[in-house]
Design a protein around this ligand. Structure first.
Ligand code: FE2
Length: 267
């Protein structure tokens, strides 16, 4: 049996060792608990039973384990400018042995491998072919739960505050490239190499909505309303945050996401 309370305490003890004065650290602590909550909700909607319900929650708690070392070493959340935080987290947990603090001693090897894979793959553009059914299920749960909270983080915090030292990697706003708009029309996520401007980064975040898998995740995202705010591209006073050409492109992205979601429904 997995002990959620013990796992939560282990996580709090681990993160307390990092610089609490650094915004990036507390940002990830808050994000972690929200994602774990989303995982829990998605798991319940899928009627996961027994340990599986707790495991879904645990993948949420541990998915960004590597973020804390990433910030300590590089002071950024940009994987491109530092390390792949999912790989780093999985290495720490499963190669360095941190996972022992979170799971019972008798956890089957197969379940540990499933957890490791779900953490390693949570940030990849797409899942590889050939995953077994259970692993694929947990991969999809964490990827959906993570996306759901990323819309909140992006809405609530300016780029400067949420990315760290790599904020200058993106140039000032400009229209998104035709390749990116092609991805929008295909209803697919945008690969990292295609993003060069802040506006392209903004669009790529919105496009994550195309690949949300479970109806419950779409329900969470709709309820929260953060994605819709990003798609409208206006500040608190209702003023456009992008130039006219960009706002026109954003309207296309919004239309395509609404169409894609309407065709899938919430059930
Ligand atoms: Fe992550």
């Amino acid at each position: 049996m997995l002990d959620r309370k013990r796992a939560e305490e282990a996580f709090n003890t681990y993160t307390a060792k990092y610089d609490q004065g650094n915004t990036l650290i507390w940002l990830k602590v808050v994000h972690t608990f929200k994602v774990a909550e989303n995982c829990d909700r998605i798991g319940m909607s899928l009627r996961l039973e027994g340990d599986d319900a707790d495991l879904a929650w645990l993948v949420g708690l541990l998915h960004d384990f590597g973020r804390f070392e990433q910030v300590r070493r590089f002071n950024t959340f940009s994987d491109a400018a530092s390390v792949d935080h999912a790989e780093l987290g999985a290495d720490l947990l499963f190669h360095e042995g941190f996972i022992k603090e979170y799971v019972p001693d008798n956890m089957p090897e197969e379940t540990l491998r499933m957890l490791e894979t779900a953490i390693r793959l949570h940030n990849k553009l797409a899942l590889p072919e050939g995953l077994d059914e259970r692993t694929q299920l947990f991969c999809n749960i964490i990827r959906d739960a993570d996306k759901s909270d990323i819309f909140r983080v992006i809405t609530e915090l300016p780029l400067e505050q949420r990315i760290g030292s790599s904020k200058n990697a993106f140039t000032e706003a400009d229209e998104a490239s035709p390749e990116i708009m092609e991805r929008v029309m295909e209803h697919r996520c945008v690969p990292r190499a295609m993003k060069h401007t802040r506006f392209e980064l903004h669009i790529s975040h919105c496009c994550m909505a195309f690949e949300v898998v479970f109806p419950e995740s779409r329900r969470i995202i709709k309820e929260q309303g953060f994605l819709e705010k990003l798609l409208l591209g206006c500040d608190e006073e209702g003023n456009p945050m992008w130039n006219e050409r960009e706002m026109a492109q954003l309207a296309i992205v919004r239309r395509e996401i609404h169409d894609a979601w309407d065709s899938k429904g919430l059930q």
